[in-house]
Ligand binder design. Structure first.
Ligand code: S3P
Length: 166
């Protein structure tokens, strides 16, 4: 079996990293890792509970540790929206694979997530969410090897577009 470099999907909450990641795995016949899911499984707690009982910093430590434990090849990795806030995480992803940014507009994300309560950083006022979005855009753009705009595309079409670039 030919091994491939990892593909790391980055982007804001609601950009479709998990759904696109699963589609990509089917297209590429490779393994799938969702860092948020692994953090939850390892801690036996939801992300909401981790933020509430231990705080965001603890979550960031767990998230970075999970990223470091991902096999170095043959995986599509859906990351949490804040993974790029830690430079070492970006370095780790660059060194072990291709970083694909799923670029989605704020209005589309707002439409998709509406009153979603499973994401603590979405569960705050609109101004704060917008500020977080604006702050992260440059980070996503600067560390991506490939950018795919997702607003009016199905997850499957986004996955097929990713395959065409790699
Ligand atoms: C976060 C995004 C979430 C999750 C956590 C923090 C963020 O993942 O990691 O709630 O900082 O943007 P998704 O991007 O999959 O929603």
């Amino acid at each position: 079996m030919i091994k491939m470099k990892n593909i790391y999907l980055i982007g804001f909450m609601g950009s479709g990293k998990s759904s696109v990641g699963k589609s990509l795995c089917i297209l590429l016949d490779c393994d799938y890792v969702d860092t948020d899911t692994v953090v939850e499984e390892k801690n036996n707690k939801t992300i909401v509970d981790i933020f509430a009982s231990e705080g965001e910093n603890a979550f960031r430590i767990y998230e970075s540790k999970v990223l470091r434990e991902v096999p170095f090849e043959n995986c599509v990795v859906s990351t949490g929206g804040g993974i790029i806030e830690n430079e070492k995480n970006v370095e780790q992803m660059k060194n072990t694979g291709i970083i694909v940014y799923l670029e989605t507009s704020f209005s589309k994300i707002d439409e998709r997530l509406k009153m979603d309560l499973s994401r603590p950083l979405w569960n705050q006022n609109k101004q704060k969410k917008k500020e977080l979005f604006e702050k992260r855009i440059d980070l996503y753009r600067s560390c991506a090897n490939v950018t795919v705009k997702t607003d009016d595309k199905s997850y499957h079409d986004v996955a097929a577009e990713v395959v065409s670039y790699i």
